[in-house]
Design a protein around this ligand. Structure first.
Ligand code: FBP
Length: 550
């Protein structure tokens, strides 16, 4: 395949990402903190991770350390959904490896964790990596959602990592993939295999964050990409003055993407799943709220507007959530029976009978297409919410509500809604300067954890809203971030997702302004990501991160 290179890509290829000061030094050491524990479920997690439980958090500092500097071989794999900056993690890892010892080698496992299980890899050389520096996408080695879980998969990975002679494997993934990294680390260590397994926090959803991990990479670029599009749509809305735009945004469970886009663009209505859950809102109440804003704007002569809805909303609506939990248990228990059924109708009938009366009613009230999607789970047990057209469901319900109000003579609103879904459009965008720098630093730091023979860690870079001289890189033991959750009907260790904190500053900023944004046209049009130009335009992190760290 011949690929043409755009002028921007050529210019971008020469961009040298920034690194924390300690990582720019020739002498690097690891500083160890106190032993760590997870916030909850300690005993269960200790039992499941006897060899890697309780490790201290670490910081990478300038100084004389005893890190490995002989030639080593390291593997890398991309896991789960695409996120801008993945290629830069690999470039940072590669550059760190070559800086330490030019004879070291990097191998990329192809198509996600299945590549590690099958031993499908390629060596990543400078010629190959250079083509991908500062580009979006995961096409350098591709990604996949397979899970290294079954005993035979763990054994196959061990065999493949050992036969390649690897000192470390870097797993670039979200909460589920980093949990998987911890399971592999535990397996390797408890079987006397000294391969370091290090995770990198990736997901556009922005929900893998905590005290030590400031943000997951990709969140910055994708929210800026979606915000550009939302701004364009808001301009169209105020120009055509005839459409209501219902925009669904990616973010499987947490609403961070939607919240950040709202802070960047000031839409008329923003639904935040975590607030819906906290207030116990039903679908009916949500529809009432939207209808109220549509009617009030129409009374001012504004038959147009912009609404943002997170893709995970349905899972947070109280009655739907109970139904989905029951459904997950049935899907876990009756997996084989359901697989043997020929068509969806048969499956739908089977599960409906197994649900409680209330949940069966909720399930049956949903459109057929949504009922079908709710019957599938990805390899980690998640509902594939990106396939649920919540924006259309809301549009239909609001249309019906307005029809009734019109019949009753209570409004003369002209409601012409259009639907949009922004998800895949943002996941492979060329990384912003923030993501390019952050990712390169994460990759560079991951190598230092391997050189220190640490395993079962997720790499971190903190202080990232400051200048790179002030960034601090280190590692967080994965067991510290775990809790037990029911997945496919069974208690399972997983990294706790960071949902939107409705007492936090980013949500408060939305809550304080949304009445104004609802009725008055306060839209902001952020425009496209800028890679060259004044620092305040090109290097600014997300509003969420700035508010959280201010
Ligand atoms: P990760 O957590 O693996 O990064 O993926 C997140 C995500 O982009 C969600 O926002 C979205 O719901 C999902 O992936 C879509 O999954 P798929 O790529 O399998 O369609």
């Amino acid at each position: 395949m011949t690929t043409q290179t755009s002028a921007l890509q050529k210019a971008r290829a020469t961009y040298q990402p920034k690194l924390p000061k300690a990582l720019r030094c020739d002498n690097i050491m690891i500083s160890y903190g106190s032993p760590t524990e997870p916030a909850t479920d300690r005993e269960e997690i200790r039992k499941l991770f006897p060899s890697t439980y309780g490790q201290p958090a670490v910081t990478i500092e300038e100084g004389e350390g005893d890190l490995i500097d002989k030639p080593i071989k390291v593997g890398v794999v991309l896991s789960g959904g695409q996120a801008p900056g993945g290629h830069n993690v690999i470039a940072g890892l590669y550059d760190a490896l070559k800086k330490t010892n030019p004879e070291s080698q990097l191998f990329g496992f192809k198509k996600g964790p299945i590549g590690v299980i099958k031993g499908d890899y390629r060596e990543l050389t400078s010629d190959y990596i250079d083509k991908y520096r500062n580009t979006g996408g995961f096409d350098m080695i591709m990604s996949g959602r397979d899970k290294i879980e079954k005993p035979e998969d763990l054994a196959a990975c061990k065999k493949n990592l050992e036969s390649l002679g690897l000192s470390g494997l870097v797993i670039i993934g979200g909460d589920d993939s980093n949990t998987n990294a911890a399971m592999l680390a535990e397996y390797m260590k408890s079987n006397g295999c000294p391969v370091s397994i290090v995770g990198v926090p990736k997901t556009i959803d922005g929900d893998m964050k905590n005290e030590q991990i400031e943000t997951s990479f990709g969140f910055d670029t994708c929210t800026k990409t979606y915000s550009e599009l939302i701004g364009n749509i808001a301009r169209d809305a105020t120009s055509a003055v005839k459409y209501w735009h219902f925009i669904r945004l990616m973010g499987r469970a947490a609403s961070h993407v939607t919240l950040e886009c709202a802070l960047q663009t000031h839409p008329n209505i923003t639904l935040i799943s975590e607030e819906v859950s906290a207030t116990g809102s039903t679908l009916g109440r949500i529809v009432d709220y939207i209808t109220d804003v549509v009617v009030k704007r129409a009374a001012q002569g504004k038959n147009y507007g912009v609404l943002l809805v997170p893709e995970g909303l349905v899972e947070f609506i109280s009655d739907i959530k109970i139904m989905i939990d029951e459904l997950s248990a049935v899907l876990g228990q009756d997996e084989e029976t359901l697989k043997s059924m020929g068509n969806h109708e048969e499956r739908i009938q089977h599960v409906t009978k197994r649900l409680s009366k209330e949940s069966a009613e909720v399930y049956e009230s949903l459109p057929g297409a949504i009922r079908e999607v709710l019957l599938s789970r990805d390899s980690h047990g998640n509902v594939p919410v990106s396939q649920i057209e919540t924006e259309r469901l809301l549009m239909d319900l609001v249309t019906e509500r307005i029809r009734v109000l019109k019949e009753e003579g209570k409004t003369n609103a002209k409601f012409s809604p259009l639907s949009h879904f922004f998800g895949y459009e943002g996941r492979c965008a060329a990384p912003s300067n923030y993501d390019a720098d952050y990712c390169y630093s994460l990759g560079f730091a991951a190598l230092q954890l391997i050189r220190a023979k640490l395993t079962g860690f997720t790499v971190n870079v903190r202080n990232s809203i400051k200048s790179s001289d002030e960034w601090i890189a280190g590692g967080t033991p994965v067991t510290m971030m775990l809790n037990m959750e029911v997945r496919k009907g069974k208690p399972t260790p997983v990294i706790k997702k960071a949902l939107v904190d409705i007492d936090g500053k980013p949500f408060k900023q939305l809550a304080d302004n949304r009445e104004d944004w609802a009725l008055n046209d306060c839209y902001v049009f952020p425009g496209p990501i800028q890679y060259f130009g004044p620092s305040e335009v090109c290097d600014s992190p997300t509003i969420t991160l700035k508010l959280e760290k201010s």
